[in-house]
Design a protein around this ligand. Structure first.
Ligand code: ADP
Ligand code: MG
Length: 747
């Protein structure tokens, strides 16, 4: 074919079949080895990457105004040549001002740039420029108009001028030495090739269903949009062409996940448990309530997984207080019913103890033995526990990270449950799993991961959601107070205690060794006991206490002997004391949104209304109006570094306001995602979030959902993508995600 690629230079990995799109970028016309290095900096290695490097914004340069027709207070684009260029030191120390005079046939205009002295080397005498910006009246009594720090581009008066002016012009992410102008030219060359460099891999039926344009057309339009296209939609990345690209990206991603999951299921032998129906119904009858429909549904999902001869890999998402413990217990009973052991790992000793407390009695009734394994045990207790685990005498093992230690050997481990999964790393889960051959695995989290992220982060897990709370729960009212309003907050605490309820008072503890924070919790406990609540019992719980002390303190709180529990954040996860109805959080601005929601989840667990009182001086006080959508700028694709994110102060305010406005964990998580962006949310690395080229997980979540549905349907029909119609798709999928997902080769 007649291409503009330098095909005579043999590409190094070059095979005959290698499509032009996969060629290294240095083979594109206008890109030599030197410029290829610059492209690499932008993550562009191949020709395909370059074409997928779509503009992050566009400028309407369709109307170039004669300088004479500019008016102050409007936006204008001009085209002219540099007539003079002077670098000045301003009177304010260290400031520079570059003053440039630009001329066209109708007049001249002053343009100034502050503190960008290096621009002088670009804006040289006689250079042709396009400049866009707000037109202002020149300052200090001088007449004439001025452009201040406009966006600009140096253009040559060559033939390709039409790429840079007189149209909707693409602006790319650039790197030093590689400007939008360069990229525009190269994109233009690549797009001009016939046949098109890019191949459309989407199945035609899908393309038709969504009315998607063909890929080459979509890409072409994104680089050089037709004049009538909506500039706003282009800049927001919401045109059909954008969605076409995003869909493809998500679709390939979901295909890869689906195929990996499919192979895992088929390849790995696992345990086919039988369901001990009688034991299960006995278990459920031992609790003084009925399972919620959501709990029933999730237990059913688990049963279906566990009877299959392949390992279960299921994530249970359920908001705080939705009743995950009983679901986990049911799964553990299934494992034990078939003669296996089950291990439950929790992030804190307090939580492990609490689980044991909840489970011991029903387990004993079923003739099963449980024990708790934790870091702080006497050598003798530990030895006995380990022996009992190894001999199989104990069927249910509840523990902390201590379970991961090498000395812990199981007799016959069939099920691994990880509670509050977000507190553990992926590796820790793997370590526990490795204590047996392909055990079934259940991970539980109350950190409500927005669906979009769950789909990507947990794509290889099956997800069940406990989407309703047990009946009779009352909504928790959340209020913001400044420190000066603390008295009012205490009054509310007082009322609740008078009514026979209990309260938590939480202080932030960034790090267990942080002395100052601990001091403030200790002092607060003291002050609360002696000054504010002298007739009630105040207790103090913190991370440096001995395990036994913590345990007996928690017991006292559980029994109601302690009315106010002052604590550091170790009460954050899992605690379940339904009589506690107030959660008062000091320095609330220092907590993340997910953490605040977890803390708030410690109350509202019974059938009386509860309160969450947030104290912080970072906020202007309680506001009842919801957060404005437009306060939260969406990120641009391709611009991880350039996303406009709120300052810490704004974001603290937004977080606290979100707590007031929303009670549902999923709504909170969506807000968190908006405030922090997907990169920050929970940490990309921990969740192994993929990086997308075009897709913005916030903006494009609907697309992601559609892509997932389509991908799953396709895998259902053609699990190995063997149909000839799917060949190109398969190749593209492997190219894009094969190594990331360890899928082997196309084969
Ligand atoms: P989480 O999902 O936060 O782990 P838990 O399992 O600790 O929630 O349950 C929260 C509280 O709800 C516990 O006190 C538990 O006994 C109670 N609970 C669980 N299931 C039900 C139900 N179906 N009906 C009423 N209360 C329930
Ligand atoms: Mg729990």
């Amino acid at each position: 074919m007649e291409t503009h690629l330098h095909n005579h230079e043999a590409p190094d990995r070059g095979t005959r079949q290698q499509p032009p799109s996969e060629l290294p970028i240095r083979f594109a016309k206008g890109v030599g080895p030197k410029r290829a290095k610059l492209f690499e900096k932008l993550g562009i290695l191949t020709i395909e990457d370059a074409l997928w490097h779509i503009p992050w914004r566009y400028e309407d340069r369709s109307t170039i105004l004669p300088i004479r027709h500019l008016t102050a207070g409007t936006c204008g684009t001009i085209s002219g040549t540099i007539h003079s260029s002077t670098l000045l030191q301003t009177r304010r120390l260290g400031m520079t001002m570059l003053k440039v005079i630009v001329q066209d046939e109708t007049g001249s205009l002053e343009v100034i740039f502050f503190n960008q002295p290096y621009l002088k080397t670009m804006l040289t005498l006689g250079a042709g420029v396009i400049m866009s910006g707000m037109v202002a009246q020149a300052s200090r009594g001088r007449t004439g108009l001025q452009l201040r720090s406009p966006s600009f581009e140096v253009v040559e008066h060559g033939q390709d001028r039409s790429l840079h002016v007189g149209r909707l012009v693409p602006i790319y992410h650039e790197t030093r030495g590689l400007t939008s102008r360069h990229i525009r030219r190269i994109a233009n060359e690549l797009l001009a090739q016939s046949p098109p460099v890019l191949e459309d891999v989407l199945p035609p039926s899908i393309r038709a269903r969504y009315h998607f344009p063909a890929l080459p057309e979509a890409v072409g339009h994104l680089h050089f949009p037709p004049q009538h296209w909506d500039l706003t939609a282009l800049n927001q990345g919401t045109t059909l062409a954008h969605r076409r690209l995003s869909f493809e990206e998500c679709f390939l991603f979901q295909l890869a996940l689906g195929i990996r999951r499919h192979t895992h299921r088929e390849d790995k032998p696992g345990i086919a448990f039988s369901i001990p129906t009688t034991m299960l119904s006995t278990l459920h009858s031992l609790f003084p309530f009925q399972l919620t429909a959501a709990q029933e549904r999730v237990i059913k999902d688990i049963q279906d997984d566990m009877v299959r001869p392949h390992p279960m890999n299921r994530l249970i998402q359920g908001d705080v207080g939705s009743g995950k413990t009983l679901v986990a217990l049911s799964a553990m009973i299934i494992a034990c019913g078939s003669g296996y052991q089950a291990a439950l790992m929790a992030p804190t000793e307090i939580l492990a103890e609490q689980h044991a407390l909840t489970m011991n009695q029903p387990l004993a009734q079923l003739g099963l033995r449980a024990l708790v394994l934790k870091g702080s045990m006497s050598a003798k207790d530990r030895r006995e526990a380990l022996a009992s685990i190894q001999s199989g005498k104990t069927q249910i093992i509840i523990g902390t990270h201590a379970l991961l230690q090498q000395q812990v050997e199981f007799f016959k481990l069939g099920l691994v449950v990880v509670d509050e999964q977000h507190k553990f790393g992926v590796l820790q889960r793997a370590t526990l799993q490795s204590k047996s051959q392909h055990p079934d695995t259940l991970v539980m989290t109350a950190t409500p991961i927005p669906r979009t992220l769950a789909m990507t982060a947990y794509g290889d897990l099956d997800v069940s959601v406990i989407d309703s709370l047990p009946p009779g729960r009352q909504p928790i009212q959340t209020q913001l107070y400044r420190k000066s309003g603390r008295k009012q907050a205490y009054a509310l605490v007082h009322d609740q205690i008078q009514a026979g309820h209990q309260a938590y008072v939480v202080y932030p503890l960034v790090d267990e060794s942080e002395h100052v924070d601990l001091e403030s919790a200790i002092q607060a406990a003291d002050r609360l006991q002696t000054k504010e609540f002298p007739t009630h019992q105040v207790g103090l719980l913190h991370g440096r206490m001995k395990s036994a002390e913590k345990f007996s303190l928690m017991e006292a709180f559980r029994q109601g002997a302690i009315h106010i529990l002052v604590s550091t954040t170790i009460v954050e996860v899992g605690l379940d004391v339904p009589n506690a109805t107030v959660m008062l959080i000091e320095h609330a601005e220092r907590f993340g949104l997910a953490q605040l929601h977890q803390l708030r989840g410690r109350v509202g667990r019974g059938t009386v209304p509860s309160l969450c009182l947030l104290i912080s001086d970072s906020v202007k006080g309680a506001q009842s109006k919801p957060i404005q959508q437009d306060m939260l700028p969406l990120s641009y694709p391709h611009s991880p570094g350039l996303e406009i994110r709120p300052t810490p102060l704004q974001s603290a305010q937004q977080r606290l306001q979100a707590m007031v406005d929303y009670s549902d964990g999923f709504a909170i998580a969506e807000k968190d995602l908006q405030i922090r962006g997907p990169g920050e949310f929970l940490g990309v690395r921990q969740w192994g979030l993929p990086t997308f080229r075009v897709t913005d997980l916030l903006r494009d979540r609907a697309i992601l959902e559609h892509a997932r549905t389509e991908a799953l349907a396709l895998i259902e029909r053609d699990p190995h993508l063997l149909h000839p119609d799917h060949r190109a798709l398969k190749t593209a999928m492997f190219r894009r995600w094969g190594s990331a997902f360890n899928l082997g080769s196309v084969g």
